[in-house]
Design a protein. Sequence first.
Length: 351
Amino acid sequence: MTGRRMRVAVAGGSGYGGAETLRWLADHPTFEVCAVTSRSSAGKGVDAVHPHLAGFHERLRFVAEPTDALASEPDAFVLALPHREAASWARKLLDAKPTLRIADLSGDHRLGDAAAYRSAYGADHPNPDDLASGRWVFGLPEANRDRIRGSQCVANPGCFSTGALLGALPLAKAGLIAGPVRHVAVTGSSGSGIEPAAGTHHPERAENVRAYKVLDHQHVPEMTRCLAAHGMPPATPWWMVPQSGPFARGIFTTLMIPLARPQTTDELRAVFASEYADDPFVRMRSDTPQVIHVRGTNFCDVAVRSAGSEAVVLTAIDNLGKGMVTQAVQNLNLMFGLDEAAGLRRPGGRP
């Protein structure tokens, strides 16, 4: 790449994903935000909608539609838009500017065909040909770094998927997953978006834990598709029980995975350490990971233990960070040929 700044537009900038994108790009060494969109906030300055960003992006005002942002001549778009809306806008933007690079935070481009999308999301895909085109790369850098590097269109994984895939990927690559995989994950309230609703509004979650979409979560197909491409038997059952937790940010994942052959804990740790030796944002832990340690970061903390014929893998991520926005920035770095860690190395917090 040249030394010039790369211009990034953010579609859907009034929600949590949009706000986080603006926050992380505010001091990125190469990217600058050139436009931000929101129908409900059109005409307003960024700090009028996101007061914590006062002093950053001061010249930016929200425009109504993503195509309105093309006047600012972006090199890339981050789509922080709802499912199906993201797919419609992606097609319009690429038609208008064929050289544009896009990182899509929605689930619209993670699956390989229209039938799988309909089954996962309960609706028809707006542009089913895009799913089969091969244009969209599944954006988990630890699995697809070489394909993401220099690509034009990247589909960010879901937050649950990221936490689970980083726990299962080393076992899949080593041919160790026998299945069925049992997956329990507790997520913070910000994963439900900025609009409160019954069952997702934080006051309904405080001092409470409950399961939802038991064995029927839309992220399962993208997880099994990714792992099947990296060595897991394609028909492996995946039993997921997502849970809503009484905290705002983070996902804590527990995977219980039958092994194709017995392994000791030390042997499993060696498999994980080898797989992630060159990955800047996966940290191995000897004890349990903790959500507080990854909050506000792009890190995934991982621990693994053996029960002989079964592995127990624990991971912690920030659902708005590695599970969403910071992973998108990591993908943008790769798409533009930059150091993938550019602008992302920040420590987490403590209790």
